[in-house]
Design a protein around this ligand. Structure first.
Ligand SMILES: Nc1ncnc2c1ncn2[C@@H]1O[C@H](COP(=O)(O)OP(=O)(O)OP(=O)(O)O)[C@@H](O)[C@H]1O
Ligand SMILES: [Mg+2]
Length: 273
């Protein structure tokens, strides 16, 4: 985006924010500011409130108190939804609608363009690049329902990438995804991050993304227990019980900060800013 101005404010700003469902707060009185271009891991054990925090930012959980702003706009008031990409946790693509990989990823472009606008050549290129980035170029015309759970998650990552958002929120994008694909995702995220996209990634294993994510926020019982360099984030307890969906690999315990890092060198990018 070239129309960004300082008046837009940080990518994310929560001030004394409480977020929950109905009138029950899950995340309580959180302060968090994520500047443009930062790459932040959201860590914490199962049930600590990571997803609720992410959903609150996106207007998908209820803000019960305080303030939540995204790209300078109060939550839910951002006019161009395509400026924010979201990969939800656990969701695979519904098999109810027979859609191909190309069609599902193209929806990411519609979010950016506005519905009913025909997709043009640039959109098709962005869709192709996003699908290639997640290693599914050869599955482009296949029904998404015929892919494995991990591959379907990669389709959702591609859908978010295709929109070339300014802020990309991903909830456990590597869960159930094999090691080679995790590495590929890390490289993609390194590219979009180098191009200025703000990343907020909920994850149980920082190993694959440790070369990309530099700051960590650890959520513990609805509070932020740690906010600082990723390398200083203590392993949280209790995520050995991470529940795996069908086809997911078991997640090894511990934040694996000792893994080889991926390159963060700027590379030609689809992110377009
Ligand atoms: N839709 C919902 N309605 C009511 N309560 C919910 C809802 N979603 C989550 N919760 C509750 O909020 C708490 C935090 O859940 P959340 O999904 O945010 O945790 P998490 O840190 O993302 O966990 P995980 O690592 O297992 O994904 C849990 O106690 C959960 O039961
Ligand atoms: Mg979660």
């Amino acid at each position: 985006m070239t129309d960004r101005s300082p008046a837009d404010g940080p990518a994310v700003r929560l001030r004394d924010a409480s977020i929950g469902y109905d009138d029950v707060p899950i995340v309580t009185r959180v302060d968090l500011t994520v500047q443009r271009g930062e790459a932040v891991a959201v860590l914490g054990s199962n049930g600590s409130g990571k997803t609720t925090l992410a959903r609150g930012m996106l207007g998908l959980a209820t803000v019960l108190g305080g303030e939540v702003e995204l790209l300078g706009a109060p939550v839910g008031r951002l006019r161009e939804r395509g400026r924010v990409g979201y990969v939800p946790q656990r969701h695979t693509v519904s098999g109810a609608v027979p859609a191909t990989v190309r069609e599902v990823v193209s929806v990411g472009r519609l979010a950016r363009r506005g519905l009913f606008r025909r997709l043009g050549a640039a959109d098709r290129v962005a869709v192709g690049e996003a699908v290639a980035a997640v290693g599914l170029a050869d599955r482009m015309e296949e029904p998404v329902a015929s892919l494995s759970g991990g591959q379907q998650r990669r389709v959702l990552v591609a859908r978010a990438l295709a929109a070339q958002p300014e802020l990309l929120v991903m909830d456990e994008p590597t869960a159930g995804v094999d090691a080679a694909s995790q590495q590929a995702l890390a490289e993609v995220l390194a590219r979009v991050s180098a191009a200025g996209t703000t990343l907020l990634v909920v994850t149980h294993e920082t190993g694959p993304l440790s070369g990309v994510l530099t700051r960590a926020v650890v959520v513990d019982q609805g509070h932020i227990r740690y906010d600082g360099p990723l390398t200083g984030a203590e392993p949280a307890t209790g995520h050995g019980d991470h529940h795996c969906g069908p086809g997911e690999e078991p997640v090894r315990a511990g934040y694996r900060l000792d893994q080889p890092t991926v390159s963060t060198r700027p590379v030609r990018l689809g992110g377009g800013r």
